[in-house]
Design a protein around this ligand. Structure first.
Ligand code: HEM
Length: 471
């Protein structure tokens, strides 16, 4: 169904929820990977079962779902307990029906409901005051009480135009099937449109090249006429040509849960145990500059660390515990090359600095990655649909970008990794770059347009969290 410009620009969100637009091409360009696994519902909303592991260049790589969609919204619900109870039951019923219809696997559908600060402040302020966990590490570091959920900030490399959004909620949908994603979006935002005012719909894709062939990012970029698309290496998992879901670079199992690493005080009720933190942002990527200005060695140095020596055309570069960079490494390389690498610069903040035992007895050795990234490439500009097309500078011509989705134990934990990406390392003075320097890792070819932090409650409290408790 070809969408009219009216429908795309500020028209009724429900009319585009199920529409694939250019993303329908994904199913024509690649077949969903064979996945046998079924899954069981975990107490965590953000963990999927049945994630396949392949080997590329001798390194274990996780194969994320092909299709991704994030829908953000504000609420149309009154603040009185009875209104909240009705809304909570309606949403929970719809989510339960999705749980019954789909396995929480790439072959089925992953659904993660996350709530923003505006929701907690407007609907459950007293309950939030009592139950929103404190971030003990950040509280100690900053000498004032810090909650696990904080407002997002603009980072040093963000343009002043980066918008800090104020949505009540965001729903992350992931699957190998575009239909399953569409059904999930319709079940929540079409059938329950009395509860929500959709503010944005964000769509995208990852991978599809591990079985050979050009891979989705290249095919989609070519189909959309993105400048530099022909330079994207065949089989690349992302527009920028390097694999970004190697197993060692992603937090394992429950490591990003609020309770696992002891960063958070979950209080006597433990209401948010099995919950986590979500950061959501959109970045434009200058694909043409990346391939035309940076040669292969410079792309490698910029993505990983300066002076890396691997065969040309390598896409997956091992980032295991022994390869992970310490702050001292990053500072030494910067002194020598006036450059930082993306993965290398964030590793002092994204890797565990000591052995840690989780509350369930799981041992996480020093050097284990913590953040669980679920980011995906997109052609949205900056969104597939926006309720505020003028404010969001919405254009319906495709643009290369990334919807960045990451689960961390706390807002502060995300903040520390993102600051490290700009050379503000956890342990000391920031690295100072000449203005416009290409030495700033990826940042010289990325532009962030939107950001917001959210709290992901455990499955048992995913619908209107804390609203069932007395004020
Ligand atoms: C266009 C944008 C981006 C691209 C193409 C990208 C790509 C990559 C690649 C290729 C890796 C290394 C391979 C791996 O570990 O699997 C990586 C690692 C990582 N990236 Fe990004 N990234 C992007 C943006 C971001 C942003 C905005 C953040 C926010 C903090 C981020 C955080 C991380 C983290 C935490 C790691 C893992 C580091 C480690 O512990 O090894 N990335 N990314």
């Amino acid at each position: 169904m070809r969408l009219t410009r009216r429908q795309l620009v500020g028209g009724a969100a429900v009319s585009v929820l199920g529409a694939g637009g250019i993303y329908k091409l994904v199913d024509e360009l690649t077949a969903p990977p064979k996945r046998a696994a079924t899954g069981s519902l975990r107490p965590e909303q953000h963990l999927l079962d049945g994630i396949r592991v392949v080997r590329d260049n001798g390194t274990e790589v996780l194969v994320p779902p092909l299709h991704h969609e994030v829908v953000t919204a504000t609420l149309r619900v009154g603040e009185r307990p009875a209104e909240l109870r009705g809304a909570r039951e309606e949403l929970e019923d719809a989510l339960r029906r999705l749980d019954e219809s789909f396995d929480p696997t790439p072959g089925g559908l992953g659904v993660t409901v996350a709530w923003g600060i505006p929701y907690f402040e407007r609907y459950v302020p007293a309950q939030a005051e009592r139950h929103l966990p404190l971030d003990l590490r950040a509280t100690a570091a900053r000498g004032e009480p810090v909650r696990v959920l904080e407002d997002a900030i603009r980072f040093p490399s963000d343009p002043d135009t980066t918008r800090l959004d104020a949505n009540d909620l965001a729903v992350v949908l992931r699957s190998d099937s575009l239909e399953h994603v569409a059904e999930g979006a319709k079940a929540l935002f079409d059938e329950l449109d009395g509860l929500f005012r959709v503010t944005s719909i964000r769509k995208g894709f990852v991978g599809g090249g591990f079985e050979g062939g050009p891979g989705l990012p290249k095919q989609m970029a070519l189909a959309a006429g993105i400048q530099g698309a022909e330079l994207i290496p065949d089989g690349a998992q992302l527009f920028l040509g390097f694999t970004s879901t190697q197993k060692a670079g992603l937090g394992p199992s429950r490591i990003a849960n609020l309770e696992t690493l002891g960063y958070a005080d979950l209080g006597p009720s433990g209401y948010f145990v099995h919950g986590t933190h979500l950061h959501l942002s959109h970045l434009f990527e200058d694909v043409a500059a990346w391939y035309q200005v940076f040669d292969f060695q410079e792309r490698l140095d910029t993505t990983f660390r300066p002076g890396l020596d691997v065969p040309r055309e390598t896409q997956t570069v091992a980032q295991g515990m022994s390869e992970a960079q310490t702050e001292e490494h990053v500072r030494r390389d910067f002194a020598r090359h006036r450059r930082i690498g993306h993965a290398g610069s964030v590793q002092p903040a994204s890797r565990l600095d000591r052995d840690t035992i989780g509350p369930d007895g799981t041992r996480y050795p020093k050097g284990t990655a913590v953040p669980q990234r679920a980011d995906f490439n997109t052609l949205d500009n900056p969104f597939f649909w926006s309720a505020e097309p003028i404010r969001d500078k919405f254009l319906d011509e495709p643009a290369a970008g990334l919807h960045f989705v990451v689960f961390n134990p706390t807002s502060d934990d995300f903040r520390r990794t993102r600051l490290a990406m700009d050379g503000v390392l956890p342990g000391g003075p920031r690295l100072v770059f000449e203005t416009g320097s290409r030495g700033r890792g990826f940042n010289s070819i990325l532009a962030t347009t939107h950001r917001q932090n959210f709290l992901v409650p455990p499955r048992t409290h995913r619908s209107f969290p804390l609203s069932e408790l007395p004020a």
